[in-house]
Structures are given as structure tokens and as C-alpha cells.
Ligand binder design. Sequence first.
Ligand code: GRF
Length: 203
Amino acid sequence: TRVAILISGRGSNMVSLIEAARARDFPAEIVLVLSNRPDAAGLARAAEAGIAVKAVDHTAYPDRVSFDAALDAELRAAGIELVCLAGFMRIFTPGFVEGWAGRMLNIHPSLLPLFKGTHTHERALEAGVRLHGCTVHYVVPELDAGPIVAQAAVPVRAGDDADSLAARVIVQEHRLYPAALALVAGGHARLDGDRVVFTDETA
Ligand code: GRF
């Protein structure tokens, strides 16, 4: 399975996917890393790892439709079969999302459906939950709302602030995303309407 990773920032989840995909028996190959920000630190890290990189600068496009069309063209030109969003901070048009239905994953730093959107760790602390975590889900037009492929939970500890909690969650993100990608690329999880169907589950 030919995979593209879309990033906007440092790309630590991207690195975990690239490293996992190096294993001989991993069912997916990372062939392209795309960023909407030319200065994203993750682009240099991907290039160092020998992956093709491309910036599609959203500020160069007059609207979301034209930006999404440019992104779509890059993905299709590279023969991409599955897209992984990893800290990609742009909201897509419904048309773009529908074009990749069942073939686009995102990682979100909360136990969805709790805490959609940004500042999830602050909001988890504010809400007083005792468990927090991360979710890999299929992307649907509504933000952070798609069918769930995999989740990992961490405890909230006395004295946690957003940084200490984020540090505990990201360790799990780096484990969860490769496992979820392996499930999907290996054909053990697939989207059927608005449900995920699992077979021979290994994650
Ligand atoms: C991660 O916490 C991811 O879940 C969220 O943004 C952060 C990106 O981190 N959507 P990185 O760029 O993968 O290091």
C-alpha cells in the first residue's frame, strides 16, 4: 500500500510511521510526505530518512477548494492509495475528504469523541477526566468525528499540567499510529459505511 503522510509541524508521528514501515513485514510503504507549511520541521526529517517530500503552501492558494485540488493532484500523481494525517492543521473541503473516503486516517490527541479540536490536554485537565489518550480514526468531513480504528489510554496523574500529560500521550501516539496503519493497510480494518469492520485483529 502506497502511503502519503500529511504534516504541518515537527512530524514526530510521521517519524514513527516511517520507522515502523521500514520493517520487512509492514504492509505499507511511506512514499511521500506533504506539508502545507514549507518550513515544517518534519519535512527535513522525512528528507533525511530518504522519503520524497513536497510542500504545498496553502498561503499560495486563494481558497480551500484550490488548495485541496493541488493537494489531491500531488497525491494522485504519486499513486497514493492511503493518506495519513499526522499533525496536519488544515481543515479539508468535503469534496476532498469524499475523494479519499475510507482511505484517509488521522491521529487525534484525545479519547474521541471527547475533546475534538485543539488544546485537548488543557481541556482534559479542565474537565477532570482521570483517563486521557489518543485516537486513530478515518477522516470524514466533520472535524475529528470519523469512525475509530484504534485508541490508547493513559492515566491523568496528580500534578499533571498540559505538557506532562501531552508527553505521556505522545508516547502512545507513536505506538498506536503504526499499529492502526498496519491494521488498515493489511486489510484487517476497513470502513463499511460509517462503521469500521475488523478481521483478524492484531492491534
Ligand atoms: C500530535 O499530538 C497529533 O496527535 C496532533 O498534533 C500533534 C502532532 O505532533 N494532531 P507531531 O507533528 O506528530 O510531532
